[in-house]
Every structure is written in structure tokens, then in C-alpha cells.
Design a binder for this molecule. Structure first.
Ligand code: BDR
Ligand code: CA
Length: 306
């Protein structure tokens, strides 16, 4: 089986940590590079968290540190959801940092994409700053990118303001560059993230499943992405699920733009389901997910981890 070659751009983040676990232990994915971006917590913390996770998983994937700030917007933070460290709840060993590259994430992505024999799929699960910089600085990479499968946006309401989802709100200008880049985009946003739930009985099973399950269990105890009792939202795992099991999703090809100037709606993904804007479709938007099947897949995926 040929594996799909991917680069994950991330801001761990508890649900990012889970998505990384699933991707790194999948037989169908080849994670070539992990790049970090300011998002849930600051760049230093998310990079440190990525290195801590790789050490925990015993996986050797190069890591490159990316943007410290959004392109234009003021930085926002989600430590109210993920804790001060971004991954509160579990005591990890100190990482040895040998996987951290000297170069900036954008340059590391550029090299990885241009030197690859197969087209690369980009999987951003944080704000889109690094990806926007990559596409603007090195537009030639588009030739060797298969598609961008991202977690972000919503066809309806937001989770950080009335209408905006966190990853898009955190850097709307970057999101606009990415959505209007001409590359094929898959948007796995809140429509599916809100239904990709892990319940207390699942968390209990994870606790004794294996080392990863146990680590995740402890992070979940501190995660405020939903409620431990009513279901925790596995937003970022939806992007990985789409790569591995697209049949879980109902999608529509449509036009998506980003609101930059709205007085109350900055960072909204304007998903033109009815064609008011008369534009060609630029994204495959996930509208729905089979929650029960997702959960089955999720538990099986964690079982494959260390
Ligand atoms: C997104 O925001 C972050 O807090 C999560 O990691 C996820 O990527 C959900 O809106
Ligand atoms: Ca994230």
C-alpha cells in the first residue's frame, strides 16, 4: 500500500495531540514534517508540546517552528480550553530537541514539497499563518501539493465569536489567502467537529487501552473543548479522519470566502451554499459526519498507538 505523504501544521493543543497520535501511528499516512504555529498557546509552547509528544510516541519526524504571530490580526489564545501549557493534565518527559530543525517552518515545508517524488497533502489543524506565508513566498509549491485538508471554519455559528471558528478567527487574512489560493481545499469545520465526540465511557476505555490512551485520558480530564460528561470535541481528528475514512463525511463542493472587515463577524467562513456570490467552488466542505462510526474509528485508531 502506498502511504499518503502529509505535512501537519499544528498548535498542540489537546485535540491536536490526539490527531497527531492517530496520524503518526496510521499505516496509511507518511508524516514527513510537522510544523508549528502560534495558536492555542504561543509558539514556544506549541513547539515544546510537539517535541514532547514525539518523544512520548517514540517517533522521529522533523519539526520546524513557524509563525510567532498572525499576519495582521492581534494574537488570540485558547489556554482557557487547553490549559496554560496547551496540554495540561499529563507529565511528559523533557524532550531532547534533536528533531527540531534550524530553519523556519515555511522553508522546511518548501524543501519537503519541492523534493518530494509524490505530491504532498497539507493538513493544517491550527491557524493558517504558515500555510499562507508558504503559498505567497513560494507559489511554485502548488504544483506539488495534492490538496489541503484543514480543520477550521463553520457553515453556521462560531466557537470563538458568534460566527467565527477559532483557527480562522485567529488569522483571518491567512485563511483568505489559503481559501483563495486555487488549491483544492477540504474544510472540516465545526459542522463535523461538534459531532465528533468522545464520552466518559470512551475515556474510561482509553485509560487502560495503552500508553497513548492513558496519556489522552489525563489530557481529557483538563480539556474544556466540550464537557467531559456531555462529550469532548475531537475537532482536529476530523481532518485526519477525512484523510483516512472520507466515507464518514457528507460533503458539498462550494465557494468559501473569509470575512475580514465585518464589525461583528470578522473571521467568519462565508460558505456560499446557495451560489449568491456566483463563484466557482473552491472547497469541499464537510457538512455532516457519522458520529457513531467516527467514534468506532477513533477508538480503533488509538488502539494502534503505542
Ligand atoms: C480548533 O481550535 C483549537 O482550539 C482546536 O485545537 C481546533 O484546532 C477548534 O475550533
Ligand atoms: Ca488545533
Amino acid at each position: 500500500m502506498t502511504k499518503k505523504s502529509i505535512i501537519i501544521d499544528t498548535d498542540p493543543g489537546i485535540d491536536d495531540a490526539v490527531a497527531l497520535a492517530i496520524a503518526l501511528f496510521s499505516d496509511e499516512l507518511d508524516v514527513r514534517l510537522i510544523t508549528t504555529v502560534n495558536g492555542n498557546v504561543n509558539l514556544e509552547k506549541v513547539t515544546y508540546n510537539t517535541l514532547r509528544l514525539l518523544q512520548f510516541f517514540d517517533k522521529e519526524v522533523p519539526v520546524a517552528k513557524g509563525a510567532e504571530k498572525p499576519l495582521i490580526a492581534e494574537p488570540v489564545d485558547a489556554s482557557n480550553v487547553h490549559g496554560e501549557t496547551g496540554m495540561d493534565g499529563y507529565i511528559f518527559e523533557e524532550p531532547d530537541n534533536s528533531l527540531l530543525l534550524d530553519e523556519h517552518a515555511v522553508n522546511a515545508m518548501y524543501k519537503e514539497i519541492m523534493n518530494s517524488n509524490e505530491k504532498i497533502t497539507l493538513v493544517p489543524i491550527g491557524p493558517l499563518t504558515n500555510i499562507a506565508l508558504l503559498l505567497k513566498l513560494y507559489p511554485e509549491v502548488k504544483e506539488n501539493i495534492n490538496e489541503i485538508v484543514l480543520m477550521g471554519g463553520s457553515t453556521g455559528r462560531g466557537n470563538v465569536s458568534v460566527m467565527a471558528e477559532f483557527n480562522i478567527y485567529a488569522d483571518p487574512e491567512a485563511a483568505k489567502i489559503v481559501f483563495l489560493s486555487g488549491l483544492p481545499i477540504v474544510m472540516a469545520g465545526l459542522d463535523v467537529g461538534l459531532k465528533a465526540l468522545v464520552y466518559p465511557e470512551d475515556s474510561e476505555l482509553l485509560k487502560d487501552m495503552n500508553d497513548t490512551g492513558n496519556m489522552i485520558y489525563h489530557l481529557f480530564k483538563k480539556y474544556r473543548g466540550g464537557s467531559f460528561n456531555k462529550g469532548l470535541k475531537m475537532y482536529d481528528s476530523c481532518a485526519i479522519a477525512y484523510l483516512l475514512k472520507p466515507d464518514l463525511f457528507e460533503t458539498v463542493d462550494t465557494f468559501v470566502d473569509i470575512e475580514l472587515n465585518g464589525e461583528l463577524t470578522k473571521g467568519t467562513t462565508v460558505v456560499d451554499l446557495k451560489g449568491y456570490l456566483n463563484q466557482e467552488s473552491n472547497a469541499k466542505v464537510c457538512l455532516d459526519i457519522n458520529g457513531a462510526e467516527f467514534k468506532k474509528w477513533f477508538m480503533e485508531s488509538i488502539k494502534k498507538c503505542k
